[in-house]
Design a protein around this ligand. Sequence first.
Ligand SMILES: Nc1nc2c(ncn2[C@@H]2O[C@H](COP(=O)(O)OP(=O)(O)OP(=O)(O)O)[C@@H](O)[C@H]2O)c(=O)[nH]1
Ligand SMILES: Nc1nc2c(ncn2[C@@H]2O[C@H](COP(=O)(O)OP(=O)(O)OP(=O)(O)O)[C@@H](O)[C@H]2O)c(=O)[nH]1
Length: 437
Amino acid sequence: MNTSIVAIVGRPNVGKSTLFNRLVQRRDAIVDSVSGVTRDRHYGKSDWNGKEFSVIDTGGYAIGSDDIFEEEIRKQVELALEEADLIVFVVDVEQGITPMDTEVAKLLRKVKKPIFLVVNKVDNAMRENDALEFFNLGLGEYYTISSINGSGTGELLDAMAIKMPEPEETDLESEELPRFAIVGRPNAGKSSFINALIGKDRNIVTDIAGTTRDSIDTKYNRFGFDFNLVDTAGIRKKSKVKEDLEFYSVMRAVRTIEYSDVIVLMVDASRGFESQDQNIFWLAEKNKKGVVILINKWDLVEKETNTMRDYEAAVRKEIAPFTDVPIIFTSVLTKQRIFKAIETAVAVFESRKKRIPTSKLNDTMLEIIQQNPPPAIKGKYVKIKYCMQLPTPTPQFAFFANLPQYVKDPYKRFLENKLRDIFDFNGVPIIIYFRQK
Ligand SMILES: Nc1nc2c(ncn2[C@@H]2O[C@H](COP(=O)(O)OP(=O)(O)OP(=O)(O)O)[C@@H](O)[C@H]2O)c(=O)[nH]1
Ligand SMILES: Nc1nc2c(ncn2[C@@H]2O[C@H](COP(=O)(O)OP(=O)(O)OP(=O)(O)O)[C@@H](O)[C@H]2O)c(=O)[nH]1
């Protein structure tokens, strides 16, 4: 997949979030129709002129008091420069050039990646003149926009799309090896897990230097399974940045997740499922990846007070409504369930590309729908006529009905759960559409 990562940088209050919302709006409208998907304010996917891209709003991650504020922003800009493909630098025409803008511009001038200087809050023609001063930042051409009313954003997107790579033809028929990413918080046991997989004999078959930018696939053959572990430059380059910077872990995770089929999310059992785990999980869902959760270091957990069942229930609560994701309790130290972890990841990979024949799907689902029809709304009855799985890389289903707009989320969730139960889509995001017929 050839998705560009766009980072929005700039000092506080220039309108980064407002622009972010503009950029991801269209795609989010579709995603939101999916039952129960929560929104992240800082990460979204979108497309323009056929080019797909991710947008990261760096602003939301700024933390801390005023004196470390500038330092934080500088770090975030540096990270964005390292990890993103395109940089959108937002400035505010009402404020003019501030010292912090000059600082950011200085960092940006050293960078080889495409940079879009965006002068925001140009709500009327008069302000076009005020924007002229931003030439002084030494970044060349700029784009004037009004994030609030949307003017200028089309031109900006056109220009950005030109700098994005052409979409690749996805070859659905080819028998590709599963691509697994092992992700998680620092110290969760990722390296140990990978070492355990590789074994002492380092059973690496090949190192395929990424066809896609700097991502690296390492091919493994273990326990009778063939798979690629996806690693990216971002992950290797541990860099100077503080580990606990949330933004850092998100940046690192984004690219790895986008290149993988199944995300193996490692959680440190002694710490529990934390907000960063939640973030990574959510990124995986948003990208429609398969997920397996490993509760690692299970050997450290006091079994008298923590049963597996209670622990699992607590994690499931955190990841609702994606409740059927496989959760496996591992100890890399004692090699407990390592094999099971990989076996499960392979199973999720298989489910994710599963195709249900239309006749089988209709036989099963129409029967269920007949027994539990959608509730009538204002005296109108919804009649679902047939359904099919769409020819998409990940499972998506269309249900055709006379009044699709009357089918509400709870009923969609009901159907989704039935599909999951019957056809075994554990750990796989599925999408349901209702269409007019
Ligand atoms: N007039 C005008 N106001 C805008 C425009 N875009 C954003 N704003 C306003 O500017 C303020 C800051 O916008 P945000 O999008 O929250 O700015 P931000 O850069 O994300 O701020 P942080 O989250 O603090 O980093 C809000 O009050 C917006 O309504 C615009 O195009 N025109
Ligand atoms: N008790 C116990 N310790 C473990 C287990 N798995 C890993 N560890 C220990 O946890 C520590 C961190 O393991 P790593 O494999 O380096 O963790 P990581 O996720 O790769 O960490 P980063 O490289 O910082 O992202 C090491 O001291 C491991 O020996 C486990 O199952 N049980």
